[in-house]
Design a binder for this molecule. Structure first.
Ligand code: AHM
Ligand code: MG
Length: 336
């Protein structure tokens, strides 16, 4: 039988090989992975665990919270606050940051997460996930504030997601390529199942919510119309479309076989740059995609270069196969 490599072994080897994952970061990633395991158990129980349906509350962004949104948020906070690696956390489900209480030691990292991404899929038994991003707290000041989180995505020390699908898979980067770990439920362990993940530069598959077509900006309409024109059109090839409505699951497909994902700005909410959140959705996904040889922009600029100005900032997202992302981005620049 082939030798199985666990998440712990992978991280220890990364630490030895490059010396760039400090012990605290390694511990933190293991704790996040453990929390994802607990969330996976709740997700799997479904109706039997009374975890489905709405919680009857709204988050800071005015979205109805599902029971699992809240459960996943609590699991992540509880698992992470006592470990000593973190100074504070931020989440899609919390208005402001959660500073590690003084009864625990303060660490040097900041953790951001979308505890349960793709919430609209929870009750219909379709893939959902957890997305996370790790930043380092800069400076040696004691108290931590929201300002400490305002760092561009290039500063991420690690990022990843866990997809709760037919398999539970943890996908991770510490800035040295992308690795995937599948949860072995019998053993309760994460087993390395893909390393040095690469996204093909070209693709014939796009992911966008087509029902918003009438609200898009001209460059997005141009790009999608050209894909839809198939062999007769300027692209000279047929395209396939997929839309899971869980960014985690759509990005997982793209990391597995290529493709391009778009959630662009649209006219429904002209004052918002997009639907997805920069700091705990777009940034971690952009880091993973770039580490796998793909690209990620907001239509004009590289996502990882954007300087955030608030925790729940929104952004347009175009990510995936490099040549397609460059094409969409060029269309935006041409239209300027
Ligand atoms: P959520 O974090 O509240 O679940 O929202 C984000 C999700 C993404 O996972 C997904 O790509 C998108 O919203 C789907 O949006 P839509 O329902 O407009 O297709
Ligand atoms: Mg989300």
């Amino acid at each position: 039988m082939e030798k199985r490599i666990s998440l712990t072994q992978y991280l220890v080897e990364q630490q030895r090989k490059h010396g760039h994952i400090p012990g605290q970061l390694r511990l933190l990633l293991e704790v996040v992975a453990r929390a994802c395991k607990r969330i996976a158990i709740s997700v799997n129980k479904g109706a039997l665990g009374e975890v489905l349906g709405s919680a009857g509350s709204e988050n800071v962004q005015g979205e109805v919270q599902k029971k699992l949104d809240i459960i996943a948020n609590e699991v992540l906070i509880e698992a992470n606050e006592w470990g000593g690696a973190l100074a504070a956390m931020a989440s899609e489900e919390m208005d402001s940051i959660h500073v590690v209480p003084n009864r625990y030691p303060q660490g040097e990292y900041l953790l951001l997460f979308d505890p349960l991404d793709g919430s609209s899929n929870i009750d219909v038994n379709v893939s959902i996930g957890t997305i996370f991003s790790v930043l380092r707290k800069l400076g040696d000041h004691e108290s931590v504030t929201e300002r400490d989180f305002m760092q561009p995505g290039t500063r991420q020390a690690a990022a990843g997601y866990c997809v709760y699908g037919p398999q539970t898979t943890l996908v991770l980067t510490v800035g040295d390529g992308v690795a995937m770990f599948t949860l072995d439920r019998e053993q309760g362990s994460w087993v390395l199942t893909a390393e040095n993940v690469r996204i093909p530069e070209d693709t014939k598959e796009f992911a966008i919510n087509m029902s918003n077509k009438r609200h898009w900006d001209a460059p997005v309409t141009r790009y999608i119309d050209e894909c839809l024109a198939g062999t007769e059109g300027p692209r000279g090839k047929d395209f396939n479309m997929r839309w899971i409505a869980s960014m985690v699951a759509d990005v997982h497909r793209i990391l597995s076989r290529g493709g391009v994902f778009l959630y662009p700005w649209d006219k429904r909410e002209p004052d918002k740059p997009g639907k997805l959140r920069l700091m705990y959705e777009a940034n971690p996904m952009a880091f993973l995609v770039e580490q796998a040889g793909g690209a990620a922009t907001n239509g004009r600029e590289r996502i990882l270069d954007l300087q955030p100005s608030k925790l729940h900032e929104r952004v347009s997202v175009v990510l995936g196969s490099k040549n397609e992302v460059e094409r969409v981005t060029a269309y935006h620049h041409e239209a300027r």
